[in-house]
Design a protein around this ligand. Structure first.
Ligand code: PSU
Ligand code: MN
Length: 314
């Protein structure tokens, strides 16, 4: 029987011997950045993970197989096809498997495949969240539900202000998902380091994050964790410029009556158009920054798990 999940050889070997692995998503490749920057960035992100001591596992669905660890040719295939690739969140995975289709995985779907493969740390740019106007649209990303019941630590630069960041934090609190600021007391707002929204937890070292992961899962809790890592100061954008672009993008989405899973890619593309190159450079810098931190967390997590393989379960 053909297996639904295929783990790349290097990734499988690392996992089998307890060495650090970092999962990476693929919606950011096909839907988040233009070709060829998307492929260049995806490869640079993998290199950054390696340079920081972990094995990268870029995740996607290729011809109906859930893959943890893509070949370079597969990354290029997703990057070139761009928006033509199906954006795959949780509910899309069975369709891709049933019909042998390709899919670029969102944070939610990447978490699912990472967890099935045994990968506990995942780096991305920004997570999905509660959209502005959700009180009437009910648009809440499946990423948040996934964080509530899938045991993966997601390293991100917070969430883009296309979302309602305050409601996003409330949702995560309700669902029992820890949100830990890395070297910050505030939720970062993707392109800019600060949102003004206070976080309850802060860690300044990767080891502290690894300890938090082990304690969460040692207690038998089903959730993931959000590690919120601010964009490096030199690449943090002026929030007023971003806010103006977001306002225009939201109006354009309303006029075009964009709905469902098209909303996020539509807004991201509009903002890119409105802010030209600067936002893309900041986006690339923050993804690399997250990849480096995720690798360092994976290294500490692997070290602690080797030292104490059976964490206390109560
Ligand atoms: N936010 C970004 N860049 C992205 C995404 C979100 O700044 O590329 C992508 C991620 O893959 C995320 C998905 O999981 O969009 C969320 O989509 P939705 O809001 O439809 O759940
Ligand atoms: Mn949505």
């Amino acid at each position: 029987m053909k297996s639904y999940l295929e783990t790349g050889r290097e990734v499988a070997e690392a996992l089998a011997s307890g060495r650090p692995v970092v999962a990476l998503e693929s919606t950011i490749i096909s839907h988040g950045m233009p070709w060829p920057k998307n492929v260049e960035t995806a490869l640079l992100v993998e290199e950054t993970v390696r340079a920081n001591g972990a094995v990268p596992a870029t995740i996607a669905v290729i011809e109906g197989v859930l893959k943890a660890g893509l070949e370079r040719s597969e990354i290029e295939r997703l990057g070139k096809a761009g928006l033509a690739v199906i954006k795959a969140s949780r509910r899309d995975l069975p369709r891709l498997v049933a019909f042998g289709l390709d899919g670029a995985t969102t944070v939610a779907a990447t978490m699912i495949i990472a967890a099935k493969a045994g990968i506990r740390v995942f780096a991305t740019g920004g997570i999905g969240g509660v959209h502005r106007g959700a009180e009437t649209s009910w648009d809440v990303s499946a990423d948040l539900e996934e964080l509530a019941h899938t045991q993966v630590a997601v390293v991100c630069a917070g969430a883009k202000a296309i979302l309602d960041l305050e409601k996003t934090l409330e949702f995560l609190e309700t669902r029992g998902v820890p949100v830990i600021g890395y070297g910050t007391d505030e939720l970062p707002a993707f392109y800019s380091a600060r949102s003004g929204l206070k976080l309850e937890e802060r860690e300044d070292e990767p080891e502290g994050i690894a300890r938090r992961m082990i304690a969460t899962w040692g207690l038998g809790f089903p959730s993931g964790l959000v590690v919120a890592n601010p964009v490096p100061a030199s690449m943090s954008m002026n929030p007023d410029i971003i806010e103006a672009a977001i306002g225009d993008a939201l109006k354009a989405a309303q006029t075009a009556r964009v709905k469902g899973k098209e909303v996020t890619p539509f807004l991201l593309a509009k903002i890119k158009e409105l802010t030209s190159g600067e936002s893309l450079e900041s986006n690339i810098a923050l993804v690399l920054n997250n990849a480096a931190l995720a690798a360092r967390i994976a290294v500490e997590y692997a070290r602690l798990m080797r030292a104490q393989p059976q964490s206390a379960v109560c």
